[in-house]
Write a protein that binds this ligand. Structure first.
Ligand code: 1PR
Length: 536
């Protein structure tokens, strides 16, 4: 690519910007990284993806002299695109661990979403936005949904109205984008917003190729319910990484050879799900609990290849914990997560290690800050950390038989039991632990989880529908988003889970792998049932 197609990226090293790099390269641009304030002043086009928290970001900008260069660049009305925190930093200040002073270019204070009005925080997922004025990069966005992930937001006011180019609704109205001349910033993630997001980036990167036109007017939508495709990945007996799928977590065929069930190649299948309209794709490295994932390079390669062509969020789980390898080299869970992020993950998912951390926390009532969950959440933000729960139903005749939270089940157990508690397991469901899914969910929320992936071993692979009792128990217990998982057998199961519970997303594996129900038909069914969904 010629120098003309180069874009300057201000990556101050606080987290994962691989997704954005992938998207820029996919669109044919070369990337120059900012090393010094001069690089900002010499940029032809500058993209500023904010990651991490407000205060440390401002700190780095100030210490490296970048804040001043950034303000000068913007004051000169040169082509600029801020993303997420890259929008928030333009404001006067933020309440995030603050008040903390921002760059002060736009009047207003960035505040936290209010979870007291029933909105789950972080705000994670897809909304349509309302374009307020001709804004060039958003001109063909119309009522298509874009992907947000944040806990803080700026709100429109008389003082900043000359800047506000679009707004969105989550509890209250907040600023989805700003624009003045050549300076743009968006609260959503264009690099994770599928084709529509790529088109926003393209309009910024190639302004001349797009004729100015009258914006397609859309209106802000409710947060869409997400449909997530999940790929359980492991090596088969020949050593090839395959997408597998269990019945109640047993992934071996019921044949004489007892081989690992093989449902396809991870990169191919994930790419297909992106094209089919999955709102997110998750990879679970299901033998991560016993095989160290950094030794498992193919898994990192899967992630690298998949992320080059998938422009919706990618979550990766399996094996996130502290580890000492055969040579005595110690790896912290933070290093494992960092490697996943570097390879293209937008979020990581922690299973077993979160159970141990929650047990410890409930026992001591002390947050040590040392668990993988706490450390990763502190460095990358809680929106980047999912806790995956693998509970198994334990029926009870009398709810007083256990001290853990139980529920009255909608279908009685095999011996007519009317109650059950949900026991957490570790190591791929192999070991039951003395903690319930309810207790775990509340504890991990306090320890810094941003989202819960709620499986159910009893329902996994059965195609009989999600465990509504369990999903209600957990989604009512926490104020972070809950992803319902395990048991989807038809499009109706998705509308059922959204009608009967407050789940923010529903995940399925088997029906998608076996091509029984296409993702698109799940979306169309949900739309027919009046559920807000993103259609790609
Ligand atoms: O404990 O941090 O190493 O993480 C291991 C991760 O791997 C956990 O997230 C755990 O859920 C997952 N895992 C471990 N063993 C298995 C297994 O199946 N043997 N898979 C496993 C979990 C459940 C879902 C599945 C849904 C939907 N699989 O991922 O995709 O149940 O399936 P369905 O739609 O076909 O019913 P750690």
């Amino acid at each position: 690519a010629s120098d003309d197609s180069a874009v300057t990226l201000l990556d101050y090293g606080a987290g994962n910007v691989r997704s954005l790099r992938n998207a820029i390269r996919f669109l044919g641009c070369e990337i120059k990284d900012v090393q010094s304030p001069e690089d900002i002043l010499n940029a032809k086009r500058l993209i500023f993806p904010g990651v991490g928290a407000f205060a440390p970001a401002m700190d780095v900008l100030n210490k490296k002299g970048l804040a001043e260069a950034l303000c000068a660049y913007i004051e000169q009305d040169r082509p600029f695109l801020g993303i997420c925190l890259g929008l928030q930093l333009l404001f006067e200040s933020s309440e995030e661990n603050g008040p903390v002073k921002g760059l002060g270019l736009i009047p207003g204070v960035v505040g936290r979403f209010d979870s007291s009005n029933g909105c789950r925080v972080p705000h994670i997922g897809w909304n349509a936005i309302k374009v307020k004025k001709e804004s060039q990069i958003l001109d063909d966005i119309g009522s298509q949904h874009v992907y947000f992930v944040h806990s803080y937001r700026a709100i429109p006011s008389d003082d900043n109205k000359e800047w506000v180019s679009s707004v969105c609704n989550y509890g209250n109205e907040f600023i989805a984008s700003v624009r003045r001349g050549n300076v743009h910033a968006v609260q959503f993630h264009p690099e994770k917003s599928g084709e529509v997001g790529l088109s926003v980036l393209r309009r910024f990167l190639y302004p001349k190729s797009e004729n100015a036109k009258v914006p397609v007017k859309g209106k802000a939508s409710k947060l869409a319910k997400r449909v997530i495709a999940c790929l359980d990945v492991r090596a088969n007996d020949k050593g090839d990484l395959v997408v597998t799928k269990g019945d109640q977590y047993d992934v071996r065929e019921q044949t004489e050879e007892n081989e690992v069930r093989n449902l396809g190649k991870p990169v191919e299948l994930a790419g297909q799900y992106y094209k089919d309209g999955a709102d997110e794709v998750s990879f679970l490295n299901i033998t991560g609990y016993r095989d160290f994932p950094l030794g498992d390079l193919p898994m990192l390669q899967v992630l690298q290849y998949a992320s080059e062509n998938i422009f919706v969020p990618l979550t990766v789980g399996g094996g996130i914990r502290d580890f000492t390898d055969g040579n005595g080299r110690y790896y912290s869970s933070l290093e494992v997560a960092a490697e996943y992020f570097r390879s293209g993950a937008d979020k990581v998912s922690i299973g077993s290690d979160a159970v141990y951390a929650a047990e410890e926390y409930l026992k001591t009532k002390v947050k040590t800050g040392k668990s993988s969950l706490e450390q990763i959440s502190r460095v990358y933000g809680n929106q980047a950390v999912v806790v995956s729960i693998d509970p198994r139903r334990v029926y009870l005749k009398d709810p007083n038989d256990v001290e853990l939270k139980s529920v009255r089940v909608s279908k009685p157990g095999p011996n007519g039991e009317e109650f059950a508690w949900y026991q957490c397991t570790v190591n791929g469901g192999r070991e039951g632990r003395p903690i319930g899914a309810y207790e775990l969910a509340k504890a991990v929320e306090e320890l810094g989880a941003g989202e819960i992936l709620l499986n159910c071993i009893d329902c996994d692979g059965q195609g009989k529908g999600f465990d509504i009792d369990l999903i209600n128990l957990i989604s009512d217990a926490v104020s972070i988003p809950v992803i319902a998982s395990s048991g989807a057998g038809s499009a109706e199961h998705f509308s059922e889970v959204f009608a009967k519970t407050n789940a923010s997303a529903a995940l399925a594996a088997g029906i998608f792998h076996r091509k029984e129900v296409p993702i698109q038909s799940v979306k169309e069914h949900l739309l027919k049932e009046g559920v807000e969904v993103r259609l790609s």
